[in-house]
Design a protein around this ligand. Structure first.
Ligand code: URA
Length: 436
């Protein structure tokens, strides 16, 4: 099959590229650059891009096509220049989970250990929640910073958690909005290029990927997650970004809090030396991997336990306009899901709990919708723990009782109570490490 859009030829018509990809052809780099630039400039319409995306979903992309596609997305905007910082840069990206508040603790922790962490994050869409929505429940916190502010906070504090500005990989922004409404999100090359183009544009030298696996994640199975991890690591290598991935379990919510302010509250518990053990274990595993990538030989547990990570978190909140001393908003208890019998929690479905928190108002149905800071779910019992009939397993909190029936509906079969204790739980949520 010949490559559509060979170098030197006149620009191809979009329909030729669609036909070529549909029939299993390989797109040439200049054709890829042309079609992505055209879509951003609106000379290639959404309907044609949607058809091309669907062809990519079915036919995939070769490594060469994928590298060219990612490069074109990076070149569609600016790149941050972090070379003026006096510390090694390292970031982490999670593919999204339920109760995944890791970034809130991890960024200040790794910064407290000597690295610079430029954590450019997204807002939540769907059931997995967004780091920025969580942080914005802190009074005054600003996630929308301009480039000068990003560099200033990074330089002064060592970490920043903010929105990727509109000038970083804008082609991905437009493409992602289209993928979201055309059933073309679930494609390994499209996911990998979307994530990695933003990370390359962000300018970090190293990157840890937390690829979630399980019912509450994008990738339900481990084989698919491994392929996604390898694909992103390959793109990292192509663009000079040192990348390692951890595949981590996402069958049940991480920690006990799912929502916005409730997750800030739990993150503060961890930063204060307490917090749930599953969350602490994952944060320390990720911090260790990030520090290795940054070439820093320091034990992150010490910085978590002696208050340095908390001090850095407070400094970051202040530098981003927030008040670290303001009380975190607390919602009313709106409903409870109680144990229907004595026994041990056998399963607590991450996806169902994520959907319930979303329906309570913690997440948004459409980009741009407001979210409720106080809406969420507290998991009062987790898998492996004993419960007695009538005891609370899930506590639904928030400010809008009208949302409760839909949230409870999502939880109908979320909790399974067994009659025997579970076998010993796995010691770590990290299932596997994937390296270049
Ligand atoms: N996150 C992204 O940034 N892009 C995707 O395609 C999927 C998840």
């Amino acid at each position: 099959m010949s490559a559509a859009g060979d170098s030197g030829a006149a620009p191809p018509a979009a329909v030729e590229l669609i036909r070529s990809k549909r029939d299993g052809g390989e797109l040439a780099p200049d054709a890829i650059g042309w079609v992505l630039a055209g879509h951003l400039a609106r000379t290639v319409g959404d309907e044609q891009m949607a058809a091309l995306l669907m062809a990519i979903v079915w036919r995939g992309m070769s490594p060469g096509e994928l590298a060219a596609w990612t490069g074109a997305m990076v070149r569609s905007g600016d790149r941050l220049d972090l070379s003026g910082l006096d510390r090694p840069t390292v970031d982490k990206h999670s593919t999204g989970g339920v109760g995944d508040k890791v970034s809130l603790v991890l960024a200040p922790l790794v910064a407290a250990c000597g690295a610079a962490v430029p954590q450019l994050s997204g807002r939540g869409l769907g059931h997995t929640g967004g780091t920025l929505d969580k942080l914005e429940s802190i009074a005054g916190f600003r996630a929308d910073l301009d480039r000068t502010e990003v560099l200033r906070v990074l330089d002064e504090v060592g970490c920043v958690i903010c929105a990727a500005g509109p000038d970083l990989a804008p082609a991905d922004r437009r493409l992602y909005a289209l993928r979201d409404i055309t059933g073309t999100v679930e494609s390994i090359p499209l996911i990998a290029s979307s994530i990695m183009s933003k990370k390359v544009a962000e300018g970090t030298a190293a990157l840890l990927l937390d690829v979630k696996v399980g019912r509450g994640a994008f990738m339900a199975d481990r084989d698919g997650a491994r392929v996604l991890a390898r694909t992103m690591i390959g793109l990292g290598r192509a663009y000079g970004l040192r990348t390692t991935a951890l595949l981590t379990a996402m069958e049940t919510p991480l920690g006990r809090a799912v929502g916005n302010a409730v997750e800030v509250e739990e993150s503060l518990e961890l930063l204060g030396g307490g917090g749930p053990l599953d969350l602490r274990g994952l944060v320390l595993a990720e911090a260790t991997a990030m520090l290795e990538l940054a070439g820093i030989a320091v034990d992150p547990a010490a910085a978590l336990d002696d208050g340095r990570a908390l001090a850095t978190f407070r400094q970051m909140v202040r530098a981003q306009g927030g008040d670290p001393d303001a009380p975190v908003p607390v919602g009313k208890t709106l409903a409870r899901v109680d144990a229907v019998r004595d026994g041990w929690i056998e399963r607590l479905d991450a996806r169902a709990v994520g959907i319930a928190a979303w329906r309570l108002g913690a997440g948004r149905a459409r980009a741009g919708d407001p979210v409720s800071p106080t809406a969420g779910v507290w998991c009062r019992a987790k898998p492996g723990e004993p419960v007695r009939r009538g005891e609370t397993v899930l506590e639904l909190v928030g400010d809008d009782p009208a949302r409760v029936p839909a949230a409870l509906d999502a939880l109908q079969s979320a909790v399974v109570i067994g009659t025997r204790p579970l076998p010993e739980p796995a010691p770590s949520l990290v299932l596997e490490r994937v390296e270049a």
